[in-house]
Every structure is written in structure tokens, then in C-alpha cells.
Design a protein around this ligand. Structure first.
Ligand code: C2E
Ligand code: MG
Ligand code: MG
Length: 776
């Protein structure tokens, strides 16, 4: 699995909150739409009910008019004649105007026959009408009486208009109340009113009325009522018109301009334009032989009064819940990401995205199980970067981080994507691949090292790193993941000790074999049992030919193994806390020895070697101070030798301790110079007084031009930094002379003297021929 891919997956914000929000929002919108549709339907129904009621009310009023006609006729049926007095008295008596406020007129026209012509003429004459008007159609029906009186229409033919004539014909043939089509009513010659007239026939008493013809024959006169549409609407449903709704009335079943008899406010045109911006309701009703159609359109006041807040509450509540759910999903997602990230960090290196040590170990366990089944060997590499700490320290962590990422990529490119590359510690990468023999493994190790020697660019500068590799094989060298990892690590050390860039684990050279561990456990008693001995190796001032100081070197007198040299046990105890008692013992032994020499008149300072762990011990300056006070020693009697690599483990802590020691007046020497980081810029930051050229260069300087150049340039460089130079490994007279010639300040080595037991130093000095310092 590609680690970058996993990392990007676990760190991307994720769509979950968005999806949850969207789903909840869609759900809310659906709920809102359903509620809104339901609400609209409810309002629509309410409006239909209202419209039905209102149409009913108008219709009932017209029914009332119809009934008043029937009652009027009933009143005259018994007397078989209609007289003006009776007619007017009756209508006054029933308070027709009060009962039917919109009723304009009630009237009676008499059919003129041969028999009653004279009587009718006489009747008309009473109203000042001299002659009978001519009959417009078949029937001659002049208006005789009307209520209220005084509109001047008496004597007019009431069927003069074909619409009246048609209604009168139907009414008399069917013996029923028949209403006209819409007509323009004129009263007292005033402005006309759009309205209707309803007719009811009056037959002679006892006449046969079975067929239409018989009824036509028996017709004596005709009663009518007239009303204006506007007044009808106003006095029935007027209070709601224009407020709760607008209404249009059509004479007939069809809604069109031709049939329109009343429109309270553009209802028809809005309907025709199919504008459904409001609720509409169509209501049909039968009035006196004709069909009327009402079209109601709701007004905002009605909608407002009937609308509920439920849909909008659902929508706002839904949006609120959507946001809440999205927030919850986001919180959950963040928690999941954090968990995933922790999971990721347990198995991957955050910086490079490569598997970490724990991951490599489990991959290794899996690979071992697989390899055992398939009987296939494989190789494990540990690659350690060199010169990296110096760059990191000098150029800052960001540059270091960029370089480390590139190192991961370079290694992966070199070994291919099928191999596993892991970052197993700050400076170490583990590489796991199937390679069957040592030769191809060596070839791959060389390729990886070479790839890391190519300049690596970071922030505009090319950096030259380097690398060392330790190689181990399954199953030949180990069949357990931890053992393989340890052996690859030891192989790395073996490479370093041999001065090579890679090594395959060699059991012969393994200093870490179990029997060596026994040595480590023996060492625990060495200080207590006084098995550690102080040896001293003199240093000579090459200008004064004078022994100026010595270096303290430890020897271990092992009860069974005899005298053990530091090379065989220092590296074993250096990584453990046992190095602290060793160094404390050497510091105390050195100061005590100085005291003894001073008592014998010899002024010989001693340089004690310190290890990396001593430098990380913040109590070191106090310990030194205490011992100095115990032996009343001067600070000049002791100095310390520190290797650059020991400082580089944790430069900030180490440098702080070095500064404190230097501030106490103690001289500091950089040991084994040339084998570690050897950086000039770096050296300038250290509070040191001397550098010691490593004996590997000095020993070879006479025959190796490269070594000679390093010795020469180190001397020049140190002098330019006002530092003193000591050359270790001065093994011959020639070397000594050459060092003098090069301007080296001091020399140390077997030619002058090998390390001596401390109490042999004074006798040696006395017979050596070298000058030495006498104690004041
Ligand atoms: P070092 O501090 O670089 O000490 C110098 C080493 O070079 C000594 O090895 C010395 O015997 C050796 N040497 C000196 N002159 C010559 C020469 O002309 N030819 C050759 N071939 N070698 C020469 P030694 O005593 O075996 O110490 C080895 C290393 O062990 C020391 O290297 C030092 O790093 C460490 N060591 C010794 N004693 C102590 C100690 O008390 N504490 C600590 N932390 N390290 C110690
Ligand atoms: Mg030393
Ligand atoms: Mg040294």
C-alpha cells in the first residue's frame, strides 16, 4: 500500500459532513414541499367551501325573488283578476323592498284580448296613456302596474325586447318562473343597470293548463321582478367581494366574455390568461330556468387569514437540523481522522510517509513466514545517513526535513516499488527486498549509497550527504525479525569500524555477540572491585621539546581475561549508563594522580576522554567541581577530549555542557578530528582550545599523500581559528620531524611513549630525555 496514499486519505477533510448536510436539506425540502402542497390543498378546499357558500347565498336570494313571484300570483289566483290597488297593497303588505333589498321592480302586464281591450285602455288612461301600443310580437302585453310606482313605464309593451319575449314565452308555455338573459334595466329613464327580469304567467281561473297550447291560450297576464346584478351581489356577498375574493358571474355554463354578467375586478381576464397566482373556484347554480356560473378568485387577505406557518417552520427547522447534523458529522469525522492519524502514526513515519520501525518489523515477520514456505532467501539493509546532523544543525530542521523526504524517495526509486523502504530512526532507513546472493545485495547497497551521494537540492542549495549500509541475510544469518534487525545494525557498525561504506554482517567481527554481553555484565563490578587502571600517554610540545601533559586512558584488569584494552569494551558500555561511573572514576583517578605528581614536584595536566552520554549529563560540571574541591586541584590540571560525533547526538545539550566546562576554566580538545563531521563552520561554534588529528591520518602521512594533505590543511585551518593542534599516532621519528616541519603544536604517540601505568610516568620522564614541567 502506498503510504502517501494512506496519508492523504486520512488527512483529507472528507465529504461526510457535506453529504449529511445535503441529505438532511433534501429531506427538509421534501418535507416542506409535502407540507406546502398539503397546505395549499387545505386552503384551496377552504376557498371552495367559501365560494360554494357565497354562490349559494346569491342563488338563495334569486330563489327568494322567484318565491315572491309565486306568492304574488297565488294572491291573485282566487280573484281571477289583478287590480292595481290589490297589487300595490299586497307588495307593500309583504314589505317586498325590505325583504329583498336589491329588487328593483315588481310589475304586472296584462294580455290584451278582444274582451278586455276596453278595460285595459281605461286602465291606461288613468296613467295618462291615450292609446294602446302596437304588439311587437304575437302577444300584446302592456305594463299595467309596477312597484315601486312612478317610473313612467306604464303602457310599454313588456315583451318589446326579444330577450323579454323569449323568457315570457317559455314562462307561459311551461307555467314556471323564467329568467331572461342579461339585459340593461332602465328605471325612470335613468342610467341603465345590468340585470335580469324573471317572469311568471298568470292564467285564467279554471282554464285547462295541460298542454303548452292550452297554457298559451289561458294566459291572462304576466308578473315579473327585475333586479340589477350589481345590487344582487352587493346585498348578498358584497362585504367579502374585493376583500376576501373577487368574483365574476356568467350567464350559462361557459366562462367567456359573451356570458359575463358581472366582474368585480379583472377576474375573467386573469382567468383567460391562465394566471394561477391565486386560488380559484368555479361554482354552478340553477336560477329560474337558466344556469349561472360563478368564478371566485381568492384575495391575499383570505390567503393570509387561512395560511398556517407549518411548512415554513418545517423548512427552517429542517435547515437548522441539517446544520446541526452536518456539525455532528464533522465532529465525528474529525474524531475518526484523529483516530486514523494515530493509527497511521503508529505504523508510518510522519515526515517521509514511509513505514516506521514497528511496521518494518511486522512486514519482516510476514516476509519471514512467506520466505520459509517458499524456501526463498532475502536481504535486509539498514542505511544510515552521514553528514546529515551537521546539515540539520547548521541549516535548520526544515532543510533537514526536506532532505529526509528526498532520501526516502531516492531509496524507493533505487530499489523499486516492490521493495519496502522504511524510516526506522532519525538517521536510519531499513530496506527489505528479495535478493538471493551477497553479490547482488552488495550491488544494491552500492547503488543506494551512490544515490545518496548525489547532491540533494533543498531551498536552492545542493547538499552532499552520504550513507553507510549494513546488510544481513535470511535465513543464513538469522530467522527472527528482531535478530535480523539487530544484525543489520551491527553490520552497519562493522562497516564503520572497517572504514567502509557497507558491510555484510560478519559474525567473527561481531562485538555484540552474547559472550560480549557477559563482559558488559562483568563491567558492572569493575569500578567497585578497583579493576580499572589509569594509563597515561604523554604529549610533547614540538617547539619546546617538552612533555606538557598526558592523556588518561583506561585499562581493565579483568579477573579471568587479563588486561583488556578500551577498544574491546568502551564501545560496549558507551551506549549504556555504565559509561557514567567509568568517566567519574577516570576523572577522580586523573585528579588524584595530578595531586600526587604535584606533591612530587611535577606539574603535569591530564586530559580525560568523555563519551556522548557524559555530555548529555547536565550534572557533569558539578561532579567535576566536587572532585576538584576534594583534591584542592586547580582547573588547569584537567582537560577533556571529546569526539565530534559524540557532540552531534544532541548538539544543543552537549554544547551547553561544554560551555559550562569551558567557563569553569577547563580546556577542551576535539578528539579524532577528521573522522567525523569535520566542519569548519561547526567547529567555530564550539568552545574548544585544541584539535587532535586522528592517528589514522598521522600514521599514514609519510606514505599517503592524501593523509599528508589532511594533516597539513588541518594544522593550517586550526591555526587560522587560533586553535592548538595535537597529532595522535606519532609512531616514528620521521612523523615527528614532519609534524615539526608542518608547524604542529604537539605530538602524541608510541614514538614518544605508549600509554604507561600512571605511576610509571615520573620514572619514564626522568630518563626519557624530554623536558618536563616542574611544579612551582
Ligand atoms: P583516543 O582517545 O583517540 O586515544 C588514543 C588511542 O590511540 C589510544 O588507544 C592510544 O593507545 C592509541 N595510540 C596512541 N599512539 C599511538 C600510535 O603511535 N600508534 C597506534 N597504533 N595507536 C596509538 P587506547 O588506549 O586503546 O584507547 C582507545 C580509545 O578508547 C581512545 O581513543 C578513546 O576513544 C577510548 N578510551 C580510552 N580510555 C577512555 C576513557 O577513560 N574514557 C573514554 N570515554 N574513552 C576512553
Ligand atoms: Mg583521546
Ligand atoms: Mg583519538
Amino acid at each position: 500500500m502506498n503510504p502517501q496514499f494512506i496519508q492523504s486519505r486520512i488527512t483529507q477533510p472528507g465529504l461526510l459532513p457535506g453529504i449529511v448536510f445535503l441529505l438532511a436539506l433534501i429531506f427538509s425540502i421534501i418535507a416542506y414541499t409535502i407540507a406546502d402542497t398539503h397546505e395549499q390543498r387545505r386552503i384551496e378546499n377552504t376557498f371552495h367551501e367559501l365560494a360554494h357558500l357565497k354562490a349559494q347565498r346569491v342563488s338563495l336570494r334569486v330563489d327568494g325573488y322567484e318565491r315572491s313571484l309565486i306568492d304574488l300570483r297565488g294572491f291573485f289566483i282566487a280573484s281571477n283578476a289583478v287590480s292595481e290597488t290589490e297589487f300595490l297593497d299586497y307588495l307593500k303588505g309583504v314589505q317586498i323592498s325590505q325583504r329583498y333589498p336589491a329588487l328593483h321592480e315588481v310589475g304586472y302586464g296584462s294580455v290584451v284580448t278582444e274582451k278586455n281591450r276596453t278595460a285595459i285602455k281605461a286602465e291606461l288612461k288613468k296613467h295618462g296613456i291615450a292609446s294602446l301600443p302596437a304588439a311587437p310580437y304575437l302577444l300584446n302585453i302592456p305594463l299595467l302596474y309596477h312597484y315601486p310606482t312612478g317610473n313612467g313605464a306604464i303602457g310599454n309593451q313588456i315583451n318589446a325586447d326579444p330577450r323579454h319575449n323569449e323568457a315570457i314565452r317559455i314562462a307561459s308555455e311551461l307555467d314556471q318562473v323564467q329568467i331572461t338573459r342579461l339585459i340593461n334595466l332602465r328605471f325612470n329613464n335613468a342610467k341603465g343597470h345590468a340585470g335580469f327580469v324573471m317572469y311568471l304567467p298568470f292564467y285564467g281561473n279554471g282554464a285547462a293548463l295541460i298542454t303548452a297550447e292550452e297554457r298559451r291560450q289561458a294566459l291572462m297576464g304576466i308578473f315579473y321582478v327585475a333586479f340589477s346584478v350589481h345590487n344582487l351581489i352587493q346585498t348578498t356577498i358584497g362585504e367579502d367581494v374585493g376583500h376576501q375574493f373577487d368574483v365574476a358571474l356568467f350567464d350559462g355554463d361557459t366562462i367567456n366574455q359573451k356570458n359575463l354578467v358581472y366582474d368585480s375586478g379583472n377576474v375573467l381576464s386573469r382567468y383567460m390568461e391562465s394566471r394561477h397566482d391565486s386560488y380559484t373556484s368555479t361554482q354552478r347554480t340553477e336560477v329560474a330556468g337558466r344556469s349561472w356560473t360563478f368564478l371566485f378568485v381568492a384575495k391575499p387577505a383570505f390567503i393570509k387569514a387561512n395560511q398556517s406557518d407549518l411548512p415554513i417552520s418545517i423548512l427552517t427547522g429542517g435547515i437548522f437540523i441539517s446544520v446541526l447534523l452536518a456539525w455532528l458529522a464533522n465532529t465525528l469525522k474529525r474524531r475518526l481522522i484523529a483516530e486514523k492519524r494515530n493509527e497511521y502514526l503508529a505504523y508510518y513515519d510522519e515526515l517521509t510517509g514511509l513505514p516506521n520501525l514497528a511496521n518494518l518489523r511486522s512486514i519482516l515477520i510476514h516476509k519471514i513466514a512467506q520466505a520459509e514456505k517458499q524456501r526463498k532467501p532475502f536481504a535486509l539493509f539498514i542505511i544510515e545517513l552521514i553528514r546529515f546532523k551537521e546539515i540539520n544543525y547548521t541549516m535548520g530542521q526544515r532543510v533537514g526535513d526536506e532532505l529526509l523526504k528526498q532520501v526516502g524517495t531516492r531509496l524507493q526509486c533505487t530499489v523499486g516499488s516492490a521493495a519496502t523502504v522504511a524510516r526506522i530512526s532519525n538517521l536510519q532507513f531499513g530496506v527489505l527486498l528479495s535478493e538471493e546472493n551477497p553479490f547482488s545485495a552488495i550491488h544494491i547497497a552500492q547503488r543506494m549509497i551512490k544515490s545518496l551521494e548525489e547532491p540533494l537540492p533543498a531551498r536552492g542549495i545542493n547538499y552532499e550527504l552520504g550513507a553507510e549500509a549494513g546488510i544481513t541475510f535470511f535465513p543464513g544469518q538469522g530467522t527472527d525479525a528482531d535478530v535480523l534487525l539487530r544484525l543489520a545494525d551491527i553490520a552497519l557498525l562493522q562497516a564503520r569500524n572497517a572504514g567502509r561504506s557497507y558491510a555484510i554482517y560478519n559474525t567473527e567481527k561481531d562485538l555484540y555477540k552474547p559472550q560480549r554481553l557477559a563482559l558488559l555484565s562483568d563491567f558492572r563490578n569493575a569500578v567497585k572491585e578497583k579493576q580499572l587502571q589509569l594509563y597515561c600517554q604523554p604529549k610533547v610540545d614540538l617547539r619546546a621539546n617538552k612533555i606538557t601533559s598526558v592523556e588518561a586512558l583506561v585499562r581493565w584488569q579483568h579477573p579471568n581475561l587479563g588486561l583488556i584494552m578500551p577498544d574491546q569494551f568502551i564501545h560496549l558500555i558507551e551506549p549504556t549508563e555504565l559509561i557514567q561511573p567509568l568517566s567519574e572514576h577516570m576523572i577522580e583517578a586523573a585528579i588524584q594522580q595530578c595531586y600526587r605528581w604535584r606533591e612530587k614536584g611535577l606539574a603535569l595536566p591530564i586530559a580525560v576522554n568523555l563519551s556522548m552520554r557524559n555530555l548529555l549529563n547536565p550534572e557533569l560540571p558539578e561532579i567535576i567541581d566536587r572532585v576538584m574541591k576534594t583534591w584542592a586541584a586547580e582547573m588547569t590540571c584537567i582537560s577533556f577530549e571529546i569526539t565530534e560525533s559524540s557532540i552531534m547526538v544532541d548538539p544543543s545539550v552537549a554544547i551547553r555542557v561544554l560551555h559550562r566546562l569551558h567557563a569553569m576554566g577547563i580546556q577542551l580538545h576535539v578528539d579524532d578530528f577528521g573522522t567525523g563531521y569535520s566542519s569548519l563552520s561547526y567547529l567555530m561554534k564550539l568552545p574548544v582550545d585544541t584539535i587532535k588529528i586522528d592517528h589514522s591520518f598521522t600514521l599514514r602521512m609519510m606514505e599517503d599523500q592524501g593523509a599528508a594533505t589532511i594533516v597539513k590543511s588541518t594544522i593550517e585551518m586550526a591555526h587560522s581559528l587560533q586553535l592548538k593542534v595535537v597529532a595522535e599516532g606519532t609512531a616514528t621519528r620521521n612523523i615527528l620531524e614532519k609534524l615539526k616541519y608542518l608547524g604542529c603544536d604537539e605530538a602524541q604517540g608510541n614514538y614518544i611513549s605508549p600509554p604507561l601505568p600512571a605511576d610509571e610516568v615520573l620514572p619514564w620522564l626522568q630518563q626519557s630525555g624530554w623536558e618536563y614541567a616542574i611544579s612551582p
